[in-house]
Structures are given as C-alpha cells and as structure tokens.
Ligand binder design. Structure first.
Ligand code: F6R
Length: 368
C-alpha cells in the first residue's frame, strides 16, 4: 500500500506530478479557456463579487496566503486571508457580494466548517476547495472545487497542498477570465504554463538527492529559519511548519523584508537559513533577497538557497544551492515547496521519527 516506499509521506511527495495533473484534468478547454462548471456558482454571481475572503488552517492556510497574490493579480479583486479559528470569533464584514473560499484537505476541520457557517449566516457565497469526496465541507458550501490529489494518509500535508495551489490558481484565473481584467492575455498564457507544471514538479523530484544529504547533515541542529518574499513568504512558512511537525525542531518562516525589523538578531554562526529566491524576471524582488542573503551570510549564517536554474547571482552567497525549474513568479510555490517537503521528511527520518505519525498530531482536527 506504500508502493515500495518506507513512508506514505515519501509516496505522497512522489505522487505530486500526477496529483497536480489530476487537479488540472478536464478543467482546461480549447484556447486555454477554463471551465469550472462543477463549482456551481454562476458566472453572473462571480461578476458581482467585490471581495474575496479565504479561510483555512495550517498548511491549507498557507495555500490561502499564496492565493491572495494570484487573486489580486489575475482577478483584480481585494482578498483577505484568515485563519479560520480567528475569523469566526471576530465580526468580519461580509455581504452577498463577498466570495468566501474555504480550503480544507479533509473537509472535516471543525474550525474551517464553523467559519463557513459564520460566513453563510451573513449571506456570503462560499466556495470550498476540498480533497475528500463526501466529506462535510462540500455539503456546507454553495460550490466546491475538488483537488483530486487522491487519499493523503501521512499526517503532514504534501500533495494536498500542491493541489490546493493548483485549485486556487484555477479559481484566480477563472475569475480573471469571467470578469475580464487588464491581465486578460496573461490569463490565457498562464493557463498554458499551468498545464506544464506536472513536468516541472517531476523535474524537481529528480534532483532531490543533494537536499536529502543536506537534511541528514543538519539533524543535530536545534533551529532552522526560512525566508521568502512575495509568494515565497508563505512557502517559507510552509517549510517551517513541515520541519516543526516532523522533526520537532524550532523553525520559523519570515518575510525577508522583515529581517532588519527584528529577526536578523537571531542570525548567528552556522545557523541554517533557507532562502526562497524569486525568479530573476522579478528584478526588484530578486535583487532585494540576494542582498538579504549577503547580509545573513556576513553574520555567519549557513545559507541554503532555493533559486531558479541558471541564477548565478546567488552562487557567491549560497553554501548550498538548490535549483528549481524557471517558472512564472506566481506559480513558483509549486516547485519551491517540494525541496522543503523533502528536506523536512529526510531530516525527521534521520532523527528517527515516524514521519507518517508525528507526535501529538491527528490527520483531521474535528474538534475546536
Ligand atoms: C500540516 C497539516 C495541517 C493541516 C490543517 C488543516 O501538514 O496537515 O496543518 O493542513 O490541520 O487540515 P485540513 O486541510 O484537512 O482542513
């Protein structure tokens, strides 16, 4: 049942190209037009939306944070992202023209379900992104987009996360298509590029041996920091979460721009710091993060740099360089997250932990 792997987590990491392809299946039509009919929210209603609010917990929340960049850009809509358990105890301002998107692999996370009920009481339209057919979430939403990742057994979410990203990209691009934003041409181009992502994820998986070796060499560390900018920021948070839950290590993801506002004080000799570098095409973002890498290295940090292939500018400052295929900035989380999953899984295994069943955690959190 583990398909020859020692752990379900390893199998699920390896399944990601197929999972991403399955989430795209049947949703891209001729000329790059998207059809998401199963979502059951009419296009007319989507044209009336004036705000998007995303609710989720844990890894699904990180998918939501990335969705914000995509929805603002391609759909031209304001977008807020909320931890479901925080959202439901506030007084969020919602209306009939608010689209609430609830993201949950299991569809059973109580906090997320309660947030959905809270949103519906205020007449918001609610769209679920869910992996488990027949779970509670789809029944409580106006519409649902299934991620088709297949069963995820390991407690730590991997393939479900990548497919949640695909689902939010599809929604952001679809909203752009239906509403006709200034990025109309980009929307069609992006759909074609999205279709290439299973191959790109596959390429990443082929080059993971050095990442495993690095992880094993760091098994005695007590803390790892993760830095990113733009969509690389939630990726950094996701990398840190994986390491916490699997390796029981202190790990934290920061926005690289925050460094000088405090976190740089944490940098000390030999502290491993993972940095997610945006594509070179995003010159300003890219160059800022390269100077962050210089700054932390000058203070003794051991830099582990994830950058697109061919990006030589980081070479002088990277103690370890992990290259990923070049893809558009907004899609980059699909390739930059994978090395972080492998890193956490291997480091935890080196410490002798069961990565499928981390201590104190359950696969779905059905209590508040
Ligand atoms: C982390 C992880 C959890 C879940 C969170 C939400 O690897 O698996 O953080 O992402 O508990 O679960 P779902 O998506 O089922 O609502």
């Amino acid at each position: 049942e583990k398909g020859g792997y020692d752990y379900f987590m390893l199998k699920e990491i390896a399944e990601q190209p197929r999972a991403v392809a399955d989430t795209l299946l049947g949703r891209i039509g001729a000329g790059g037009r998207l059809s998401l009919d199963e979502m059951r929210i009419p296009d007319a209603a989507l044209r009336d939306i004036d705000k998007v609010v995303i609710v989720a917990c844990g890894t699904a929340y990180h998918a939501g944070l990335i969705a914000k960049y995509a929805i603002e850009h391609w759909a031209g809509l304001p977008c807020e992202v909320e931890l479901a358990h925080e959202f439901r105890y506030r007084d969020p301002i919602l209306s009939r023209s608010t689209l609430v998107i609830a993201i949950s692999q299991s569809g059973e996370t109580m906090d997320t379900l309660m947030a959905v009920r809270h949103a519906r009481e205020q007449r918001a339209r609610v769209l679920g992104i869910c992996n488990v057919n027949g779970s509670t979430l789809p029944r409580e939403c106006d519409g649902v987009l299934y991620t088709h990742a297949g069963p995820e057994i390991a407690v730590a979410s991997t393939k479900a996360f990548l497919t949640q990203l695909v689902a939010v990209y599809l929604i952001a691009l679809y909203l752009g298509q239906v509403r006709g934003t200034k990025w109309g041409d980009e929307v069609t181009d992006m759909v074609h590029l999205l279709a290439e992502m299973p191959d790109k994820v596959d390429k990443v998986l082929e080059t993971m041996e050095p990442v495993r070796a690095l992880a094993r060499s760091l098994a005695d560390q007590h803390c790892v920091l993760f830095l990113g900018r733009h969509v690389g920021f939630p990726v950094a948070m996701e990398g840190a979460l994986k390491l916490k839950e699997l390796a029981y290590m202190h790990a934290e993801g920061f926005a690289a721009g925050e460094l000088k506002h405090g976190p740089i004080a944490l940098i000390e000799q030999d502290l491993p710091v993972v940095v997610v570098v945006p594509p070179r095409a995003r010159e300003v973002l890219h160059d800022k993060i390269v100077s962050n890498i210089q700054e932390i290295r000058a203070r003794g940090a051991r830099t582990i740099v994830i950058a697109e292939e061919g990006d030589d500018s980081v070479l002088p400052y990277a103690d370890t360089l992990i290259s990923v295929p070049a893809v558009p900035t907004l899609l980059q989380p699909l390739v930059t997250t994978v090395p972080l999953q492998v890193f956490a899984c291997e480091l935890a295994t080196a410490k002798g932990h069961d990565v499928d069943q981390p201590r104190n955690l359950a696969k779905s959190v059905t209590v508040e």
